[in-house]
Design a protein. Structure first.
Length: 395
């Protein structure tokens, strides 16, 4: 029996009554999960939910359907798109198809039935694609993800999530304690994506002084402020065509959060000291070790930005919960370190391995790496014993 997949369908229709008629018709198929929006802004603010199919009214109170269509295709070109309009001009229809619409339906007495038939055809394609992705997700190419070391269930789950998201442009938020390897995961997503030949630009938001971070991210023009002796290209421009990774985004100042939200929505930046908007094609990955929901409650993080960051969540488990991965990682780090320092190969004694498993690793992989490299230097022979290990709580 073929597996059934739920199809998420968005209807953008400013006539709420007609929108509800369309919703009821489409929900006759029990695999359709249909949501109705009456204006472009609310629709775009929910695009992070990554619908499979969208039906767009051409004439809207705040923007036209073609503007919406372009933003959808910029966000994720795999989303099936249908324009539903009373506009019959040939040039409008042609423009819709040129901008990626899968179908164009004229609003008339047959529109509801025609939309239902078009959605049925599109959902066949969507279901087939999901079936292929489902089967692919059962197999993980460890050579492709060699930078993500470990064999625990939690790590394999993370790799499957990377596979699901790497090909799209959806915003990914990576969460986990400090030192769990969030940048490693961001790298894996970028280098598995169609953008892999373009720049990957990591930015540690917490490490940049508050008075410099806006210039660091968006750049500045000569004379924009005291000391701005020339034009500077910001990190977003450096990442154009590729990926920007905003680490520790939970530490971002509220004023800058407002500007970041605008960049995410409009895909444009303005350098400090300039009035010119620069269009960008950048995928954004973000990471935090903070509880963003709690920071929203404390008025330290914008609620709208918080929901915008919920595009796709990947949570990294702490090292202490990864069982035998501790040993796999320790051996991997040790082998790399010995090669880089041109030292003889070393290994761990049974007592050394037990000490690794017994330690709680509050600093996670970062702490493990520092400890293993230190032990390799301390160890006089070729076997690292418990006596060679200096743990963080004993320093």
């Amino acid at each position: 029996m073929a597996q059934k997949f739920l199809n998420k369908i968005f209807i953008l229709e400013d006539d709420l009554v007609f929108g509800k008629v369309l919703q009821r018709k489409l929900e006759l198929e029990d695999t359709n999960d249909v949501h109705v929006f009456t204006d472009g802004k609310s629709f775009l603010n929910n695009l992070y939910q990554n619908p499979d199919i969208v039906s767009i009214d051409y004439n809207l109170p705040d923007m036209n359907g073609l503007e919406i269509l372009k933003q959808i295709k910029d966000y994720n070109e795999e989303i099936g798109t249908i324009i539903l309009s009373g506009q019959e001009k040939v040039e409008v229809v042609v423009e819709a198809y040129k901008n990626g619409a899968n179908n164009y339906i004229i609003k008339n007495d047959n529109a509801v039935v025609e939309l239902s038939n078009v959605v049925k055809n599109l959902t066949k394609h969507v279901s087939l694609k999901k079936e292929v992705e489902h089967l692919r997700d059962q197999i993980i190419d460890r050579n492709k993800y060699s930078s993500v070391v470990g064999e625990s269930k939690s790590v394999l789950k993370v790799l499957k999530m990377i596979q699901k998201v790497e090909k799209s442009n959806i915003l990914v938020l990576i969460t986990g304690e400090s030192g769990t390897g969030k940048e490693v995961i961001a790298n894996a997503i970028h280098y598995g994506s169609p953008r892999k030949r373009k720049p990957f630009i990591p930015v540690n938001v917490a490490a940049i002084p508050a008075d410099l971070i806006e210039s660091e991210l968006f750049g500045h023009e000569k004379g924009a402020f005291t000391g701005a002796t020339g034009r500077r290209i910001g990190k977003f421009e450096e990442a154009n065509g590729g990926t920007i990774f905003l680490d520790e985004i939970g530490e971002m100042h509220m004023e800058l959060q407002t500007k970041l939200l605008r960049v995410l929505q409009e895909k444009k930046i303005t350098r400090l000291g300039s009035n010119k908007e620069l269009p960008l094609d950048v995928r954004v990955l973000a990471a935090t070790n903070k509880n963003l929901s709690k920071r929203v409650q404390e008025n330290l993080f914008r609620e709208d930005l918080y929901y915008r960051l919920q595009g796709f969540l990947i949570h990294l488990p702490p090292l202490r919960d990864r069982g035998n991965d501790i040993i796999i990682l320790a051996k991997h780090i040790l082998a790399q370190f010995c090669r880089s320092k041109k030292m003889p190969s070393k290994s761990f004694t049974k007592e050394g391995i037990q000490a690794l498993l017994d330690h709680p690793w509050p600093g996670n992989v970062r702490e493990l790496k520092a400890m293993v490299e230190r032990a390799a230097l301390i160890c006089d022979g070729t076997e690292i014993d418990e006596e060679d290990m200096i743990f963080s709580d004993t320093i």
